[in-house]
Design a protein around this ligand. Structure first.
Ligand SMILES: *Cc1c(COP(=O)(O)O)cnc(C)c1O
Length: 956
């Protein structure tokens, strides 16, 4: 096995043997033979290149990086180079506590990242002038689609009744926004009408909402306030795509009538990364609070009345709403939003204004220098972006060649008499001088010195920002780097991440995110590439992505792969759109029924509905398996309209169902396609594959199975793999020349989030076929080891026919609750006192915990985790036996923060040591939760989603 695999996989050889003995298997192969049904085991090893050592991989990725060319880029179009503050890069982006933490569902051990995200929300809400902001979406174009859908869903009853279903879109929005809107509108029966806001009328009988961009895609700062009035008079809503940085000096949309403001926060210190990952923002008025897509962080209080943060309004989650959900957003861009929020903390309002003013100042001087010399500036107003009509003597191709020679990218248009230039935070006076020199040289003009130019104002007086913003303390406290470093550290200390202990979240595969895989994340050859540069400047990226696509195709046993979707749920949507288009191409467009087992992840039904499908639920039997009789019946009943089944394998119940091949046959027999949710690929890689099993499409969660860290809730990468008959339908992109085939784009950037792909690439290259297979085997071994150890007290809900689980298991807690009143939530919270993050709570079965250890955890760590669970079991038994009070006990009161334990007023019926140091080893590495148990209901009743002074919300 490779040197790297040996380090990635937690248990050493001796531990593997001990565990095999414990569970009664003779070897790893024997275990896999027992756990995985006959007929779906791969006969041969995956055909991947030989494993590289970490050092060899470093050379490889260096070589790849050197094939990317870093140019000065003025393309703009929603992506701008930015200066990522070193204090944020070093202490957040490169810090495993920040990048390996999980989505903050367990508020008590997540106060740090919750506060960071609350800062982001506050900053967005202040800059946009809106009441509410969420904690990020996937990218600007999908945020536009979410805005369109939210406006559609909140139409008035009479509009809905009258079938008002057209969204007015101003023609001057980003091309990538246009296409993603088109992709998302069609299956929902929404019409799009492109026009000129303010000129073409907004019609109450037709339009439910309008989308404009500010400044628009040509750089113009248009005054949309009259248009906003027109839209509102007609009963419509206005969504504005905005440049967040510009709003520090120009009038925020919230002050002139926007109902929704969305956009990208990339230029707040997040590298270009050839398109992503970047956090989109989404802000809206108070009246939308129950309709907002994505996660919202809100203020509540803990059991002692102390202010506490947590994710608000969780009832809107897809798991509860399922096919009634209005958005399928699950993983978003938490880490990038965290970084952008810290950028706001670092610079404060004044710093942001200074950056924006410098950018604008350079733009005005460039404008004046060129306009006086025959380059006709088409912008009457602007923030950072200008368009020029070239003097007639200039041939654009020659200009382009000259610019490329100098290492400069401008924006070029279909109209070859135009060029576009967007200034960003990294642009210096010298850079602008270079532009002036080259352009005037090409135009046969004498150059002008930028120092002799003052520049005219590009922002009309009435559009200047007059209101104050970001006056909260947090944006005014961190002027020195020392303070900033300590603030980041202070938040970090409140959170549990993989740097502390095992995070056994079923379905989420919290495995090691190795340092070598992550090294290249800050190399300029990867960070500083704009997504729309000529492809030959990104040859390194493309070499890496081509190899990665081929490897993922091999691993899934499918023909082709698209890397475009930015999360698992985005992959589901993309895969379903591919299936939909395939049926249409065969004149079977009426096929629109998606069969979905009742055990499916909530994003499945939500994605199906967004792809225009009708969800028909298939039952599960008492063993947790898909009820094959019900499946046959429903497939038969809907035979004519059957589009697909969405199936997770091994099932979300953690079991390799032996009927899976038959299931695929039934669906195919009725003309349907098999969509496999690949979130559980960690139990398949190298042992079986979606292709072998019979799937036509599957998505992968690179942020689960393939080592991209969770980042506190993102970034995610959700590529889809498809069988050969579907390859022509993989998503294309409107901006890239040879990507016009396939379905229209599902994401803003052509290749999704290339910046984090080296992580997965490195993982596969260093693991090699042997390492990947071993990882799967050990993941299954670790889960079965835990299952054997826990089956006698708690009980394991489901196992396969041979009595084995897959790579995860469901811990039964319902009987304990019935007997003692102690719920799975109490167990989850008590684990925090032992230093552990809870497993997945109440999914996929209420009253249970789902545990997935992954291959990266050693036996030693799992034994500690088992000790904790067993000690908790004993604590529950004390309640049952009447030794402990039913209501006032260590479980109901968990977790115990220091301010609860270290107090002279201790009045609990149990001791402080039992509360805080329940086992000897807990003392060694004690993690103190920052708060006592959070009160979710209180926060939802009193929704507060910005960091206004906390004391206002304290319970008194
Ligand atoms: C995580 C998960 C998803 C959704 O993936 P995201 O990246 O969070 O959108 C879908 N299905 C299953 C089974 C999952 O575990």
């Amino acid at each position: 096995m490779s040197q790297f695999a040996d380090r990635h996989i937690g248990p050493c050889a001796t531990e593997v043997d001990l565990m095999l003995e414990k569970i009664g298997a003779t070897s790893l192969d024997d275990l896999i033979y027992q756990a995985v049904p006959d007929g779906i085991r791969l006969k041969e090893e995956l055909n991947l290149s030989p494993a590289l050592s970490e050092q060899e991989y470093m050379q490889r990725i260096r070589g790849i990086a050197s094939k990317n060319k870093v140019f000065k880029t003025y393309i703009g179009m929603g992506y701008y180079d930015t200066i990522s503050p070193s204090v944020i890069i070093r202490n957040v982006l490169e810090n495993p506590v920040w990048y390996t933490s999980y989505t903050p569902y367990q508020a008590e051990i997540s106060q740090g990242r919750l506060e960071a995200l609350l800062n982001f929300q506050t900053m967005v809400s202040e800059l946009t002038g809106m009441a509410l902001a969420n904690a990020s979406l996937l990218d600007e174009a999908t945020a536009a689609a979410e805005a369109m859908i939210m406006m559609f869903n909140t139409r008035s009853r009479s509009q809905a009744k009258a079938g008002v279903n057209t969204c007015f879109v101003d023609a001057v929005v980003w091309p990538q926004t246009k296409t993603v809107l088109e992709t998302r509108a069609t299956p929902l029966g929404i019409n799009l009408e492109f026009g000129e806001a303010g000129k073409d009328s907004f019609d109450s009988e037709k339009h439910f909402g309008a989308i404009v961009q500010f400044p628009d895609a040509n750089g113009e700062i248009r005054d949309f306030s009259a248009f906003a009035g027109e839209v509102h008079n007609a009963g419509g809503k206005l969504a504005v795509g905005a440049d967040l940085l510009s709003l520090s000096i120009i009038s925020p949309p919230g002050e002139w009538g926007a109902d929704i403001v969305f956009g990208s926060s990339q230029r707040f210190g997040v590298p270009l990364y050839y398109g992503g990952p970047h956090a989109a923002f989404f802000a809206a008025g108070e009246e939308f609070k129950r309709h907002m897509p994505g996660r919202i962080i809100g203020v509540s209080k803990d059991a002692t009345g102390k202010p506490a943060l947590r994710m608000a309004l969780q009832t809107r989650e897809q798991h509860i709403k399922r096919e009634r959900a209005t958005s399928n957003i699950c993983t978003a861009q938490a880490l990038l939003a965290t970084m952008a929020g810290f950028y706001g903390v670092w610079h404060g309002a004044d710093g942001l204004k200074e950056i924006a003013s410098k950018i604008h100042g350079l733009a005005t001087r460039l404008n004046e220098a060129l306009d006086s010399k025959g380059f006709k500036a088409l912008n009457k107003t602007y923030f950072d972006t200008l368009r020029f009509k070239l003097p007639e003597s200039i041939v654009v191709d020659e200009l382009r060649a000259m610019m490329l020679e100098k290492g400069i990218n401008l924006r070029y248009f279909e109209d070859s008499t135009l060029i576009g230039i967007s200034i960003d935070e990294t642009t210096s006076e010298e850079d602008v001088q270079d532009l002036i020199d080259i352009l005037l040289h090409v135009a046969d003009q004498t150059s002008v010195n930028i120092h002799d130019i003052k520049g005219n104002e590009g922002i009309p007086a009435e559009m200047k920002r007059k209101s104050k913003f970001m006056e909260q303390e947090v944006f005014n406290n961190c002027r020195s780097e020392t303070e900033m470093m300590r603030y980041i550290k202070r938040l970090e200390r409140k959170d549990i991440s993989l740097a502390h202990s095992m995070i056994s979240l079923g379905s989420c595969t919290m495995k090691l995110n190795a340092a070598s895989e992550l090294f290249s994340l800050t190399w300029p050859e990867f960070t500083s590439i704009h997504p729309f540069v000529p492809v030959d400047q990104a040859r390194g990226y493309h070499e890496m992505m081509d190899e990665l696509r081929a490897d993922l195709a091999e691993i899934t046993g499918l023909a082709d792969v698209s890397l475009q979707p930015n999360s698992g749920a985005a992959g589901e949507y993309a895969g379903l759109m591919v299936i939909r288009t395939y049926h249409q191409s065969r004149n079977e467009g009426h096929r629109n029924v998606a069969l979905i087992p009742s055990s499916a992840h909530g994003t499945n039904p939500a994605s199906a509905v967004m792809a225009g499908m009708k969800v028909v639920v298939v039952k599960c039997d008492e063993m947790g398996n898909i009820d094959m009789n019900d499946l046959r019946e429903k497939a038969e009943k809907h035979s004519k309209e059957l589009s697909c089944i969405m199936v997770t394998y091994p099932s979300t119940h953690g079991v390799f169902e032996s009927s899976i091949k038959e299931l695929c046959n039934v669906i195919h027999h009725h003309g349907g396609q098999v969509y496999m949710d690949g979130a559980n690929m960690n139990a398949q890689v190298g042992i079986t594959s979606p292709g072998l099993i019979g799937a036509d499409v599957c998505h992968l969660n690179l942020h689960k199975t393939f080592s991209i860290p969770h980042g506190g809730g993102g970034p995610g990468v959700g590529p889809i793999a498809v069988a050969s008959h579907l390859a022509v339908f993989l998503p294309g992109h409107a901006v890239i020349d040879n990507m016009r085939d396939g379905i229209s784009a599902v994401a803003a950037a052509p290749w999704g989030s290339p910046g984090v792909l080296p992580i997965t690439y490195g993982y596969i290259k260093m693991m090699g076929a042997g390492g990947l297979k071993k990882a799967t085997q050990v993941a299954i071994l670790n889960a079965n080891y835990l299952a054997v150890e826990l089956k006698d007290d708690y009980g394991i809900l489901y196992t396969g026919e041979s009595g084995r689980v897959g790579h995860e298991m469901i811990l039964e807690c319902r009987k304990l609750k019935a007997a003692t009143g102690i719920s799975e939530i109490d167990i989850a919270k008590r684990l925090i006192d032992y230093g552990y993050h809870a497993p997945t709570v109440s999914f996929p079965v209420h009253g249970t915990l789902m545990i997935e250890p992954t291959e990266s955890e050693s036996k030693e760590e799992m034994d500690r985790f088992l000790d904790a669970l067993k000690a908790i079991y004993a604590e529950i038994k004390e309640v049952e036996a009447g030794i402990a009070d039913k209501a006032d006990n260590v479980l109901k009161n968990a977790p115990h923060p220091d301010y609860v334990v270290v107090t002279d007023a201790w009045e609990r019926p149990y001791g402080r040591e039992k509360a805080a140091f329940p086992l000897a080893w807990v003392r060694e590495n004690k993690f103190w939760p920052a708060i006592a148990r959070v009160d979710d209901a209180y926060g939802d009743r009193n929704l507060v989603c910005t960091c206004e002074p906390l004391e206002n919300y304290q319970d008194n």
